[in-house]
Design a protein around this ligand. Sequence first.
Ligand code: PGA
Length: 264
Amino acid sequence: MDRPLRPGRRPLVAGNWKMHGLRKELVEVEKICAEAAAGGADGAEIVLCLPATLLGAAAPICAGAGVGLGGQHCHNEPSGPFTGDISAEMLKDAGASYVILGHSERRTGHHEGDESVRDKANGAFRAGLRAIVCVGETRAEREAGDALPVVASQLAGSIPITSTPESLVIAYEPVWAIGTGLTPTLSDIAGMHRFIRERIDAHLPGMGHGMRILYGGSVKPGNAAELMGVSNVDGALVGGASLSARDFMGIAGVYRHFCDAGPA
Ligand code: PGA
């Protein structure tokens, strides 16, 4: 296992609040920002992917603390007759710099396929947002020995050909690990992240080394150090634990300790 501060890839810890959060929960955003501004995740980039309804109110809180904001999905078009949808331009206008795309809860609950994820990623790039594109196998696919081909096919279908390490982040999130308290073995994570980096290089020659690949699925303060220490893991996409400033900064804080330990 090597240390997670790798030249050219700044670690990223992104919180995914999903459909949680009223204005009163902005107090957690304030706490995260206060801790981040005080160096709580030194060396790592912190992004909060909040419900779209909170982005505008969170923007002035996050601005001074160096904490980024993100949306959780977007339409591929910039505007139009799409009732209930939100465009990448709207997210950007509300203060976002990132957007999560292709999360398994969108792939399953909203029937978003790879092609649709790719179109939305192109929309994000057009608006100047960075896309965090999620991939990951189900329990049945893993048990059938199909985890690698499933992820390879999601990558091939979901990643725009114009992607760069500046515009795209990949999040590997095994569906069976999301919200369950289960995580793959460290060696399974290492194998999958190495494989994803190779696949990125195959699709986007020369881009594999610089692309950040996050692990997501039941990341908690108690397992963050070992998960973030796995080779080719460049940070975390955090669901449940990102709703609490204490837990989220407990995860992001592993990078402060890695930094304190000196360069790898
Ligand atoms: P979890 O969710 O951390 O609650 O498992 C991760 C995600 O869905 O991004």
